[in-house]
Design a protein around this ligand. Structure first.
Ligand SMILES: Cc1cc2nc3c(=O)[nH]c(=O)nc-3n(C[C@H](O)[C@H](O)[C@H](O)COP(=O)(O)O)c2cc1C
Length: 363
């Protein structure tokens, strides 16, 4: 087994360990900031639960539901079954699904099947290809072709790479490479973080480069600094680096507040419940991404566990939407949101108009 293939297996094992920790994302204290984000109860919703329209779109691609199974795996024979299970669930529930970074599949055609299985199981679904932001246009084309993808995710993960013994150390030229791919690729590109958060400054630069979809993927969910420190055998981790990043609610609120025209936002990183997905939509996301919690259920209870978890999340999202009086994702963007505590303070200092968000009155 190559070092890269071993890494794929280590990531799955350690992500599950992380999620099982008492303070981990699965334990009800995500640290993504959702506890500071409050939706306002609407006592007279003129809506029926069945009527709530969950459809949305990202960069012009229509999604039946505003929930994406986010990028996780592929690249080793041992993870093909995970992708097969997740693709089956995505097909059943009509969810978009991203594959994990395809660099391994491009370098070693022997493991390409671990990604292709996602398209085979779900021939009509929305699938996102995934590569690092150092990818070339040729690699981007090949990754899209491998899974017949509808969109391509390019991930940014400098904090993770720097904690990896074998990781990248030179991050120059990424913006230019992204801009070229955005310009030339036949499918839309989503630039995503990996649990460290996109700040408004980075969002502005990406938008200027032509990017029209960003997954802010903030801190508070699966923590790849923690995972890489465990892989590297670090015993006394620097807590400031191991908890590096912008909490998801903060990242989303500050990027949304800039109001960049034509930019579609996805929120991921520590989204575990339907009510949190609803809060993310209210803060301006058009969809949310969920990764680790789905993997955890798949590893413990197979496809059935992942399906039951996501079905509940969608049902709870629908409930939260009705309770705010919003019948659609677009209406969620207009409901009042009250942001308090650390997240409120962060937002205030970073220029978010908290009173305007709290004062919105039209679902
Ligand atoms: C096992 C595992 C592998 C991951 N691999 C990738 C990857 O290859 N590419 C990527 O963009 N993100 C990857 N991620 C990051 C997720 O897509 C997501 O941004 C992050 O886990 C935060 O979301 P969560 O809290 O819902 O897990 C991976 C996550 C997990 C749990």
């Amino acid at each position: 087994m190559t070092e890269r293939q071993q890494r794929k297996l280590d990531h799955v094992r350690l992500a599950v360990d992380w999620l099982g920790l008492p303070s981990g994302a699965a334990a009800g204290r995500s640290g993504a900031g959702w506890e500071d984000v409050h939706l306002v109860n609407h006592s007279l919703p003129e809506l029926s639960l069945e009527e709530i329209d969950l459809s949305t779109s990202i960069a012009g691609v229509s999604l039946g539901q505003p929930v994406v199974i986010n990028a996780m795996t592929g690249g080793a024979a041992g993870v093909t079954a995970i992708n097969r299970d997740l693709a089956e669930v995505a097909a059943d529930l009509g969810l978009a699904m991203a594959v994990g970074s395809q660099t391994a599949g491009l370098r070693d055609p022997g493991v390409a099947e671990s990604y292709r299985v996602v398209r085979k199981v779900n021939p009509k679904g929305i699938i996102l290809a995934n590569l690092g932001s150092d990818a070339t246009l040729e690699q981007a084309r090949a990754a899209v072709e491998m899974v017949e993808a509808d969109l391509l995710q390019l991930h940014l993960n400098a904090p993770q790479e720097l904690r990896m013994t074998e990781g990248d150390r030179d991050f120059r030229g990424r913006l230019e490479a992204i801009a070229r791919i955005v310009d030339e690729l036949p499918v839309p590109v989503v630039v995503k973080e990996c649990g460290f958060g996109v700040a408004r400054e980075a969002a502005v630069i990406l938008h200027e480069a032509g990017v029209r979809a960003i997954d802010v993927s903030g801190r508070g969910g699966t923590n790849f600094a923690w995972i890489e420190d465990r892989r590297a055998g670090v015993t006394e981790a620097d807590p400031g680096l191991e908890n590096w990043g912008i909490p998801t609610a903060c990242a989303l609120a500050e990027v949304a507040a800039v109001g960049l025209p034509g930019l579609d936002l996805i929120a991921s990183g520590g989204i575990r419940y339907g009510s949190e997905a609803a809060k993310a939509l209210a803060l301006g996301a058009r969809a949310v991404g969920v990764a680790g919690p789905v993997l955890l259920r798949q590893q413990r209870e197979g496809a059935e566990g992942a399906r039951a978890y996501l079905r509940q999340l969608l049902a709870d999202l629908r409930t939260a939407m009705l309770l705010t009086g919003a019948g659609s994702v677009a209406a969620m963007h207009r409901v009042p949101v009250v942001i308090t505590g650390f997240t409120g303070e962060w937002c205030r200092l970073r220029g978010v108009d908290l009173a305007a968000l709290a004062g919105r009155s039209e679902p």
